[in-house]
Ligand binder design. Structure first.
Ligand code: CU
Length: 664
């Protein structure tokens, strides 16, 4: 309710999405009306919220910290920002995608820009750009004399894995000041797969606390108003199991903070000018001490520090709505490994050689209203980065494989995208094209003997990699007739210098049980294409049926399938709402993954189908608003794994959940 009454610092630059709504897909995390949302409501994990987005799939290594993919591309080809802030994960094994360092309670929504049309702060986003929008109470926009207070709490339970969720937050808003903050706790034991068998090492625990506040300066005559905003998030996961990997996590901790000054103009073509400075620090500590039969015990910590700033100017003149952004960040990544072979001296290795990356960029976005029925969206960004290997030992170790390698490198990357939209009578058409490039990641360029359980190879980075680039073409069409809606969309990415691990027979593996060594390399070209078809029918008021099918292909330069490309996936939902009660039944699954990346160590995944049921009841007691949600996931207790389940770890068997949220 508070969310409806308040507006976040007057007019947000986010309102741009109204003129480019088809390019931007949003899932609502917080309370409020409308939009896509998870059947579990606010209590759902960030990963469950992300599942609601088109183009998004999740790679699972356990029941915590799933890795989002967009258009069948993983982290390396995506940009993930938190309110425009850059943040980089600290695990050499990708156990901690940055989406794992926030909680549902922190967020208002998650927005996705598919493909090369990124948000202003995005860099390296060939597949897409996710921006996690923080939930700020915001200033009161009307002329109330007294401030407004809100309290909100959630409690949830799930039978499979004994999952417990507790969250509470409070807010206070007035015309010139707001503050909101809260805490979140999640606990899960090992879950059971469809055959009733416990999946060992699938437990986790997480605590999260956040605080946002804003202060508005008194108005300057004719010059608008300025406001200061501060954000603080602390997130800590402990005892996290990864059944698909050889190790677990003792601690994954993030400290995220920012301070922004925003100026809102009056009677001007300029709308707002926001300048934000931020800092975040991630500590990631892996742990294999709870695992039985560990041949060589290992310590593998990783750390990531990022400090940055951006300045975003938004304006509107005539038919143009324009955003100009300048940003810069400095990130440091360090990871090392100590092996303790029984009876011998410990072995020490630097796996990420304290790489310092300085990146600066400038971007321009323009939404042009051509006519009442058509618009053109243009966006472009140019970035330059400098990287230095600050750890001598790591630099020397890698130099053995790459004689003459430098201790510092620099790259220039860019992206440009155009999209044309046309509405005619009851249909909407959109076509777009773009080009973009990305620099190799720290793992791809400088990683040292990083074991990958997906194909059982040890990976070594390659400092001589060229930038990867891609041309994207996309199109979508939507037709609405009476209460029936049909939409289709298609996109294709034509890569040059696609970066992927390649066999290196001359080196032998370091990890016990590894098949061999791969070194990252550029392959001349590769293609990824995705298409989807969605139908929606509302025969009578309250009743809604929808169905969606997606199909993707990925090919390397020899025509062989790329790994982790979704087979045909489908989902159908039937929902009924009457007054405060809504009910939903869902069927989802995918066909056998026939075209799997055999060349890249992927093995085939079988077809599966599951049924989920959910119910939502909204009511009030003494002016307190309550929402009760309950449901069954995997109703028939199927034992299955999706193509994106790392090493085919089984998904949850039947799971009954119930959660209650209330607000005052
Ligand atoms: Cu890790």
């Amino acid at each position: 309710m508070i969310g409806l009454l308040l507006l976040i610092i007057g007019i947000q630059p986010d309102t741009l999405t109204t003129s480019s709504h088809d390019l931007d897909e949003v899932v609502i995390v917080s309370r409020g009306q409308g939009g896509k949302r998870s059947a579990k409501g606010q209590v759902a994990t960030i990963d469950e919220h992300l599942q609601e987005l088109n183009h998004v799939e999740l790679v699972r290594r356990g029941s915590y910290a799933w890795e989002p993919t967009v258009n069948n591309m993983q982290t390396e080809r995506l940009s993930t920002t938190i309110d425009g802030m850059k943040i980089f994960y600290a695990c050499t094994d990708k156990m901690d995608p940055v989406t794992s360092y926030v909680e549902s309670g922190n967020l208002q929504s998650i927005s996705l820009n598919s493909g090369l049309n990124g948000n202003p702060q995005a860099t390296g986003n060939i597949g897409g750009a996710l921006d996690l929008k923080l939930r700020k109470a915001g200033f009161l926009y009307d002329h109330r004399l007294h401030g407004l207070n809100g309290l909100n709490a959630q409690v949830g339970y799930e039978t499979n894995g004994n999952v417990q969720v507790y969250g509470a937050d409070g807010s206070h808003s007035s015309q010139s000041f707001y503050v909101n903050g809260g805490a979140f706790f999640r606990h899960a034991d090992n879950y059971k797969a469809g055959d009733g068998k416990k999946v060992q090492f699938s437990q986790f625990q997480k605590v999260n606390a956040f605080l946002n506040s804003g202060f508005k300066f008194p108005p300057n005559r004719g010059d608008g108003r300025g406001a200061l905003e501060a954000t603080f998030i602390f997130d800590r996961a402990t005892d996290v199991g990864y059944p698909a990997l050889n190790m677990d996590v003792a601690k994954a901790e993030a400290f995220i903070t920012s301070l922004a000054y925003k100026h809102l103009f009056e009677d001007s073509k300029l709308e707002s000018w926001e300048t934000k400075g931020y800092y975040n620090h991630i500590t990631h500590v892996m742990d294999d001490t709870t695992r039985p039969d560990v041949e060589i015990h290992m310590d593998m910590p990783g750390e990531s520090w990022t400090a940055g700033a951006y300045s975003l100017l938004t304006g509107e003149y005539g038919k143009h709505q324009t955003q100009l952004n300048i940003d810069g960040y400095y990130n440091r990544l360090f990871a090392d490994m100590t092996m303790y072979p029984g009876g011998a001296a410990p072995m020490y290795m630097v796996t990420w050689p304290d790489v310092g990356t300085l990146n600066v960029g400038a971007s321009l976005t323009d939404n042009i209203r051509l006519t009442d029925a058509s618009s053109l969206h243009l966006s472009g960004k140019l970035s330059w980065q400098h990287q230095r290997l600050n750890n001598e030992e790591g630099y020397k170790a890698l130099s053995v494989f790459f004689p003459g390698m430098q201790q510092a490198y620099h790259q220039t990357t860019g992206r440009i995208a155009a999209n044309y939209q046309l509405s005619i009578v009851n249909s909407q058409l959109s076509i777009g094209a773009g080009w973009g490039s990305r620099a190799p990641t720290v793992t791809e360029a400088y990683g040292y003997y990083l074991n990958n359980t997906f194909d059982q190879y040890d990976y070594i980075g390659n400092p001589r990699l060229k930038n990867e680039s891609a041309i994207e073409v996309n199109g979508s069409y939507q037709l609405s007739i009476l209460n029936f809606q049909l939409s289709t969309d298609i996109n294709a990415f034509f890569f040059s210098n696609y970066i992927i691990g390649q066999f290196e027979d001359r080196l032998s593996a370091m990890t016990v049980g590894a098949e061999g060594v791969k070194v990252y390399g550029n392959i001349d070209h590769a293609t990824i294409a995705n298409t989807s078809l969605t139908a929606e029918w509302r025969p009578v008021s309250g009743l809604r049926w929808s169905a969606k099918g997606t199909y993707s292909v990925g090919r390397d330069d020899e025509g062989e399938p790329l790994p982790l490309i979704a087979p045909f996936t489908y989902q159908s939902r039937l929902s009924y709402a009457t007054g405060p009660l809504s009910l939903q039944a869902e069927v989802k699954g995918h066909t056998r993954q026939a075209k799997y990346g055999k060349k890249y160590g992927e093995t085939e995944t079988a077809a599966w189908t599951i049924v989920n049921l959910s119910a939502n009841y909204q009511f009030s007691i003494n002016h307190y608003q309550l929402a009760l949600r309950a449901g069954v996931e995997n109703l028939f207790d199927k034992n299955y794994a999706t193509y994106a389940d790392w090493c085919h770890i089984p998904q949850k068997g039947r799971n009954i959940y119930v959660n209650l949220s209330f607000e005052i």
